[in-house]
Design a protein around this ligand. Structure first.
Ligand SMILES: Nc1ncnc2c1ncn2[C@@H]1O[C@H](COP(=O)(O)OP(=O)(O)OP(=O)(O)O)[C@@H](O)[C@H]1O
Length: 168
């Protein structure tokens, strides 16, 4: 089974995807790295990032794997896990990485507006949403693993409207 772990930068995709792959004994695939290392079609100067070639990526993926990356829900997974994080907490996580204000603002806004969840819901795969704001990494991995086993589809588990209202 292919499981996509997606979401805004800093929500915890890499942390959770690596552990989930380990627990299930399947391959871990870093989708962002694959794009950087060649699965791309050109370069987006504005975003300063390569443009992903989703078709090339899709053709070269193991059957049993956990995909890590904000594009992974576009790779026809069997299940999509969307990790979420309260936008102010997300800002702190991105500040700790030394990211600039503009990039932090852009990602906190995307998180506040449920951008990845909306995209994931626009695919065929069932979507599982998890809030990583409060729980420990271990708790999150356990919850995700259980939900995938039980096929317990769940969305609408977070509400960042207070953050959005505070900024208008
Ligand atoms: N419940 C949780 N689940 C996952 N990560 C958490 C959780 N609580 C705190 N964190 C922390 O949040 C950070 C998330 O970083 P991580 O690199 O995994 O995010 P990411 O979504 O993969 O980012 P990027 O898209 O930029 O690669 C880590 O430092 C991790 O320890």
């Amino acid at each position: 089974m292919r499981i996509a772990v997606t979401g805004t930068p800093g929500v915890g995709k890499t942390t959770v995807a690596r552990r989930l792959a380990d627990e299930r004994g399947v391959s871990y695939v870093d989708i962002t790295r694959r794009v950087r290392e060649g699965a791309s079609k050109g370069y987006d100067e504005e975003r300063q990032a390569p443009v992903a070639d989703v078709d090339a990526l899709r053709d070269d993926l193991p059957e049993d794997a956990v995909f890590d990356g904000h594009l992974s829900h576009r790779l026809e997974p069997g299940f999509t896990v969307v990790l979420r994080c309260e936008p102010d907490v997300l800002r702190s996580r991105l500040e700790e990485r030394g990211w600039g204000d503009e990039k932090i603002d852009e990602n906190a806004e995307a998180e506040a507006l449920d951008v990845t969840t909306a995209e994931a819901l626009d695919t065929e795969a069932p979507v599982f949403e998890f809030d990583t704001t409060e729980p420990t990494v271990e708790e999150t991995v356990e919850r995700v693993a259980r939900a995938v086993e039980e096929r317990d589809e769940r969305t609408g588990v977070v509400d960042w409207s207070a953050y959005v209202e505070g900024r208008v």
